[in-house]
Ligand binder design. Structure first.
Ligand code: NAP
Length: 254
């Protein structure tokens, strides 16, 4: 009963903070990466920041998942695999793949808020799938929502990872600098990695058919759409030859 109250309160909290986040980020750029700036308090090394920020999503999910009654059923196990495929990579591999300038630092406030959210997100989704998701039984395997959700997840995952890899290659060819990326999803949008991330979690939400999953898509969009718009403006202001027909994050639209 208490668990249920905590779960619902956190779920409502995430939807409310998504609304606040999108409003805030339309006016202020989160101070990391190309928008890193002073005046936001202490900073920490970039790689450490990524590990601290993302790992709660993986670890808290594991804990909540394996304390649930459905932990060893097939559909929950597939959803666990999807989640951890992304988050084990993002928490423990991605931070050591990115090319960072020696001594580069990131804002602790961003890491602390991101880490808090990732922990709550891991709790909501891990708990829902293994404790509450009664529909996630064998019949769900053939439900179109599950099948389309898994396919979308796979497509988004590929788009996100390949775009991130292309940016790393670009950085390798010109260390410490930004260049215009070309090809693949960059033909259509400035931030195909963000588009891939949004599609990934839309697929997960569909496959798990849960408010917890939906809260994650909404929160991801609240963060990444304003950031994509800011990065797109930054590209246009920085490079006079920037492709005119490229959009920020949604091909032909935004
Ligand atoms: N779910 C969520 O809410 C959420 C939130 C944030 C991020 N993410 C995900 O985390 C990943 C990283 O996000 P991000 O905001 O750091 O993405 P990003 O701005 O695209 O940067 C990704 C990496 O590529 C480098 N880079 C970017 N543009 C470049 C260019 N034009 N030339 C050379 N190098 C370039 C960046 O270096 P610098 O660091 O030096 O800029 C960084 O190391 C993405 O996959 C994103 O989808 C998810």
């Amino acid at each position: 009963m208490t668990e249920n109250v905590v779960f619902n309160a956190l779920l409502i909290g995430v939807f409310a903070s998504a609304a606040i986040t999108v409003l805030l980020l339309l006016f202020v750029n989160a101070p990391y990466g190309r928008h890193q700036s002073s005046g936001w308090g202490p900073t920490i090394p970039v790689r450490l920041g990524w590990v601290l920020m993302e790992s709660p999503a993986s670890l808290v999910f594991f804990y909540c998942y394996f304390t649930g009654a459905r932990a060893f059923e097939l559909v929950p196990l597939i959803l666990l695999l999807m989640w951890q495929l992304h988050y084990m990579h993002r928490s423990f591999l991605y931070p050591f793949q990115i090319k960072v300038k020696p001594g580069a630092r990131t804002t602790l406030l961003v890491i602390a808020l991101g880490s808090l959210y990732c922990g709550i997100n891991g709790y909501l989704n891990g708990t829902y799938i293994s404790h509450y998701g009664e529909h996630l039984n064998r019949e769900w395997l053939t439900d179109p929502r599950f099948i389309i959700g898994v396919a979308l997840f796979g497509f988004g995952y590929y788009l996100n990872k390949k775009s991130d890899r292309m940016l790393r290659e670009l950085r390798k060819s010109n260390p410490g600098e930004y260049q215009i990326p070309y090809g693949f999803g960059f033909r259509w949008v400035s931030m195909p990695n963000y588009l891939g991330e949004i599609i990934t979690w839309s697929g997960f939400a569909l496959a798990s058919w849960s408010l917890a999953g939906l809260s994650f898509v909404v929160f991801t969009m609240a963060n990444l759409v304003p950031r994509a718009l800011a990065n797109h403006r930054w590209y246009q202001e920085t490079f006079s030859e920037y492709p005119k027909n490229r959009r920020a994050v949604i091909p032909y639209i935004l």
